[in-house]
Design a protein around this ligand. Structure first.
Ligand code: ASP
Ligand code: MG
Length: 809
């Protein structure tokens, strides 16, 4: 058996009511034996209460009553004759005596639910179902506290079981929520929004397997969506947390709803009628939610703080008892209570409507104390609200609290409840929405923080730091990623700052000499500051730093590097790093190792992983060399010296041009690329030709420039050998025979036709032609700026972002 409960908005005229029938019929046809509990239809209870008020004030209510009936019968042939008559009589009577007792009020509002069940039963009847409208007053027995009666569980259970036992097989009971009768048979109600409670009791009495609560929102949210637009749905929730939320005026659930369900471990699902069939599961409330900690925000409006001040509290027992005794006698329920350890005063949160009564009661109780000055002041502070953070670990309260202060919301009172981790803040009514928003932002929408340790701040590193600082704000806003540079280091300095290093870092770094081992300091700092999502960004050319990657990985760092050293290390080291990364679930990205910022390595990896046989990679792997030979090819009058000087000026080549001209850099890239294909090659396997004559290789830089002509002559000889339609290019080449497992790796000067793809390359562009089995003789060509600090820094930035996007917030 399953209890289906529908709220007022679902039952209103329009889309809801059709869905309600669909839901009931589907459940019935699945053999779930639904027992349906309904509220009054959209706004009916409020409309009835308004009619009573009008009658009490002696106003003409005829037109409003007519609208009420039009609303009730729309789209049906129902006449509701006896109900019409009774309601008119009651209202006329009230108008006559100008007052309405609580008992009479209950009788009047009960019509909302009484009409609702008949209406729904009628609609289902028209479709051929044996739907039975049932007045819950026939089995719910309560005391005579009209307006909020307490159910006599034992008597009600017996009657309920008996009544349902008598229903014929196949009947669909449609039961009123909210209403009942007292022992004398007079009408009572269970309190506003009480239909949920009725449904939960019924589920308990009839041992239902599930209660589904259909409302107009698809579940319980982290806060009220009307106050905080960025709310998220809570998928699962424990009975305890749900009860706590209900306590704080989550309109979805009546405070008492959870108890009867929890007692029999009956799960509750809160769903939307209007999303029926769309697959959303709403919120499931059970004894064992999958996630233990649930955080949510709730609030109570229209509260007042009763202040009780005096000197008579300290050391005197019994004052508190008198305070609460007086409140009890005045029928005021106390919410949050605060008393300082000096006992100079007590503050008690009550409903605003109870505040005057509470103050009166206390003044009466403490009349003598006031006269004699032991009690100094008793007064109410109205216009307040209570905001509750449910499921908050106090350790996390620093951020929301700081954010509140920053946003100028100063709580009047703070109080935490111990067993269920709820923290309550009393704020003014005007600040309520803002407080909710600020706290929600800090607890649920915090951008994910990514902590970067940047080693090396030369041309690439420096450009990267600049780009990171410049983009930080925008990334935080648009991507909800907060990229924080927590460390900048070079070989002698180390600047650490967990809050994120910004502009002016050069001066700060200068003042921070490195003490001790860089790697240990970084790891210690990360641990002691509990930094999440750490990335080591290596922009050095240092083999030493590269050799530390496994160490960093084992301490939780991911790695992004423009440094090629680790990828050209002996293959055993190359593999060891990858095993360490895998063991610690870390990533290593180095897109800029080849072709600067060009999307080469990622694409190559993807092709390879997707099983594509890559047969050849051929092209201009060095942007710097590309520039030099392009210029030579373009303008026959240019000398090599002039071109090399020019490219050094442009920052395209290293200070020592031999590093580029030797072709060693191309050989390294050949190695890096072929290793991406899982080929266990070493640098020595690359057959690479160095155009710089051997005699020049060992010279000091100065001497090298002295004897530059010797290099020039060597290159000139090659240039002269070119046909008119040919140009010189320094070409890297990987030929891979996967079948035989043979790789031919080479790098050297080649003459290529001017109108070939490599001949047409301009500027400092790199060009990679990737030949694969499926693409045949047409290569995939990746071409573009292959050198320069700015594009390389962008590439490193891209790697950082790719990692950052993969992190959990
Ligand atoms: N109709 C009642 C009310 O509006 C009970 C309910 O809807 O749960 O308070
Ligand atoms: Mg690249």
């Amino acid at each position: 058996m399953k209890v289906l409960k529908f709220g007022g908005k679902s039952l209103d005229n329009g889309a809801g009511i059709a869905r309600v029938q669909e839901i009931i019929i589907d459940s019935y046809q699945r053999g779930e034996r639904p027992v349906v509990v309904v509220s009054a239809r959209g706004g009916s209870t409020d409309a009835l209460l308004a009619l009573i008020d009008q009658a009490v004030r002696g106003e003409d209510f005829a037109a409003a009553l007519e609208r009420f009936w039009e609303h009730q019968v729309a789209g049906t042939a129902l006449a509701f004759y006896p109900e019409r008559q009774r309601l008119s009589q009651l209202l006329t009577g009230i108008a006559l005596v100008r007052e309405c007792s609580a008992r009479l009020r209950d009788e009047l509002v009960s019509y909302g639910e009484l009409l609702s069940v008949q209406y729904l039963a009628h609609l289902l009847g028209r479709q051929g179902y044996d739907a039975r409208a049932i007045d819950a007053g026939d089995f719910f027995v309560t005391d005579s506290q009209y307006g909020a009666a307490a159910v006599d569980l034992e008597r009600s259970r017996g009657r309920c079981v008996e009544l349902f036992g008598r229903l014929p097989e196949g009947a669909i009971p449609i039961v009123t929520g909210f209403i009942a009768r007292d022992a004398a048979g007079l009408r009572t109600t269970l309190g506003r929004n009480g239909s949920n409670y009725s449904a939960a009791l019924l589920a308990n009495f009839l041992d239902a397997s599930l209660m589904e609560n259909y409302t107009h929102v698809d579940g319980i949210y982290t806060a009220n969506p009307e106050l905080v637009p960025e709310v998220r749905r809570i998928d699962e929730l424990s009975y305890g947390d749900a009860a706590e939320l209900a306590q704080f005026g989550a309109e979805i659930l009546h405070t008492k709803t959870i108890e009867p369900l929890q007692a029999k471990d009956i799960p509750l699902r809160v769903l939307s009628t209007f999303c029926y069939g769309s697959g959303t599961g709403g919120t499931l409330v059970t004894s064992q939610p999958r996630r233990k900690v649930v955080r949510a925000l709730a609030s109570q409006s229209r509260r007042a703080l009763i202040h009780f001040e005096g000197r008579n509290m300290l050391g005197h027992s019994g004052v508190d008892a008198r305070i609460f005794g007086a409140l009890r006698d005045a029928d005021v329920s106390a919410g949050l209570v605060s008393q300082g350890s000096t006992e100079r005063g007590t503050a008690i949160v009550v409903a605003e409507g109870d505040a005057d009564r509470a103050v009166e009661a206390l003044k009466t109780e403490f009349r003598q104390d006031l006269i004699e000055g032991r009690t100094t002041r008793i007064y109410a502070e109205k216009g307040l609200a209570v905001v509750a953070i449910i499921g908050l670990n106090l350790l996390e309260f620093d951020r929301p609290y700081r954010a509140l202060v920053r946003n100028r919301v100063l709580p009047i009172l703070l109080s935490n409840t111990v067993p269920d981790n709820t923290l309550c803040l009393v704020v003014t009514e005007q600040e309520r929405a803002k407080a909710l928003k600020v706290i929600h932002g800090e607890l649920f929408e915090r951008p994910k923080r990514v902590h970067l340790a940047i080693i090396g701040h030369g041309t690439v590193g420096g450009a990267l730091i600049g780009q990171l600082i410049e983009q930080r704000e925008q990334l935080r806003e648009q991507k909800h990623i907060d990229l924080r540079i927590f460390a900048i280091a070079d070989s002698r300095h180390l600047l650490l700052d967990a809050e994120g290093i910004g502009l002016g870092w050069e001066e700060r770094l200068e003042e921070c000499a490195q003490e001790g081992l860089l790697e240990e300091q970084l790891v210690d700092y990360g641990q002691s500051h509990a930094l999440e999502n750490m990335i080591l960004v290596d922009n050095t050319a240092s083999s030493y730093i590269a050799s530390l990657y496994p160490f960093f990985a084992s301490y939780g760092f991911d790695i992004v590097s423009s440094n090629k050293r680790s990828n050209i290390a002996p293959y055993a080291d190359y593999l060891y790093l990858r095993q360490t990364l895998q063991l610690h679930r870390r990533s290593y990205r180095y897109e800029t190792n080849v072709g600067a910022g060009l999307p080469l390595i990622d694409n190559l990896k993807l092709l390879h992983l997707a099983g594509e046989q890559i047969t050849r990679i051929h092209g201009l792997f060095s942007g710097s060399l590309s520039y030099i030979f392009n210029r030579l090819g373009e303008d026959p009058s240019l000398t090599l010296r002039a071109v090399v000087e020019e490219s050094a000026r442009l920052g395209l080549t290293e200070p020592d041009p031999r590093e580029d001209l030797s072709g060693e850099d191309v050989a390294r890239k050949v190695l890096i690329l072929v290793r991406e294909l899982d080929v266990a090659a070493e640098l020595g396997d690359v057959d690479w030709v160095n155009p710089v004559p051997e005699a020049l290789g060992e010279l000091s830089l100065e001497d090298f420039w002295q004897r530059f002509e010797e290099l020039e002559q060597a290159i000139e000889a090659e240039r002269a050998a070119c046909a008119p339609d040919e140009v010189l290019r320094y070409v890297g080449d990987i030929v891979w025979d996967g079948q035989r497992g043979e790789a031919h790796l080479s790098a050297g000067l080649r003459r290529v036709r001017r109108d070939s793809p490599l001949g047409r390359v301009r500027g400092a562009d790199s060009c990679f032609e990737i030949y694969t089995e499926s693409y045949g003789s047409q290569p995939i060509v990746i071409q573009g700026a292959g050198a320069g600090a700015v594009v390389t820094a962008r590439g490193v930035f891209g790697d950082v972002l790719r990692l950052a996007e993969g992190y959990e917030s």
